[in-house]
Design a protein around this ligand. Structure first.
Ligand code: ATP
Length: 239
């Protein structure tokens, strides 16, 4: 579904991605993990076409993204910090986006998310007056209501209360059961262990380790993913 071949990205003198090769499969939740600054967001943004790679190729559903923007219609992206026009109400924002992006728009999914996130009371409120957690819910709503085939979720549960966070995790799992491809980043390992099937661990712009959650825990000899990843990070800090 998504293939990354020999991807390099340099910002000035600083090489952030150093030859990434990766294949992401549908029907799976893949978590891209790694210390702060290891290149997770840069990798995701390269796949989304928001960062132009220095070299290498990216294919989404067989389309080389370098020459074609059309692939973006398959993708839902929930950024780390969503920035919306501050003076629009939530309802105006949703209407505007569903007018612009007709592909995949699913009113049933939209209504379910509004209900489960208890967003009805916020529909007439301006974005600038929303709390951080409510903005995050609106961001999730906008990502999921277009029912995309591929999801990129950058720390999706940050700022959510436990009820909303649990609902979002269920929604994420449901997408992989529906044969969607989901890629996420998170620093909350208990959450990753709960929702992810595969792990890609980045270190200083290279893939340090990949494998299923079970394999990574088992090979580390630790009792859970948090301890397994902490061990990997400690090893890399001491290297
Ligand atoms: N536009 C940019 N210009 C210059 N440097 C950048 C730019 N974007 C990212 N970087 C640098 O690239 C490195 C990787 O950043 P990136 O945001 O991909 O890391 P990350 O793994 O997502 O980190 P975090 O876990 O903190 O979110 C960092 O050192 C960052 O400062």
């Amino acid at each position: 579904m998504v293939k990354v071949r020999n991807l390099y990205k340099r910002f000035g003198k600083f090489e952030v991605l150093k030859g990434i090769n990766l294949e992401l499969q549908k029907g799976k939740v893949t978590a891209i993990l790694g210390p702060n600054g290891s290149g997770k967001t840069t990798l995701i943004k390269s796949i989304l076409g928001l960062v132009i790679p220095t070299s290498g190729d990216i294919y989404v559903k067989g389309i080389n993204v370098r020459k074609n923007w059309d692939y973006r219609k398959f993708i839902g992206y929930m950024p780390q910090l969503a920035v919306f026009p501050e003076n629009l109400t939530v309802k105006e924002l949703i209407n505007m986006l569903s007018d612009i992006r007709k592909e995949g728009y699913n009113p049933n999914i939209k209504e379910e998310i509004i209900e489960r996130f208890k967003l009805s009371d916020y529909m007439e409120k301006k974005i600038k007056n929303l709390s951080g957690g409510t903005k995050q819910k609106v961001s999730a709503l906008i990502t999921f209501m277009f029912d995309p085939e591929i999801y990129f979720l950058d720390e999706p549960t940050v700022g959510l209360d436990p009820v909303s966070s649990s609902f979002l995790k269920d929604l994420i799992k449901k997408q992989s059961e529906r044969n969607r491809l989901v890629v996420l980043t998170s620093h909350i390992m208990s959450e990753v262990e709960e929702v992810a099937d595969e792990i890609v661990f980045l270190l200083e712009g290279s893939i340090y380790i990949t494998g299923s959650v079970e394999e990574i825990i088992k090979n580390s000899g630790e009792k859970n993913l948090e301890r397994a990843i902490a061990k990997l990070m400690e090893k890399s800090y001491n290297a």
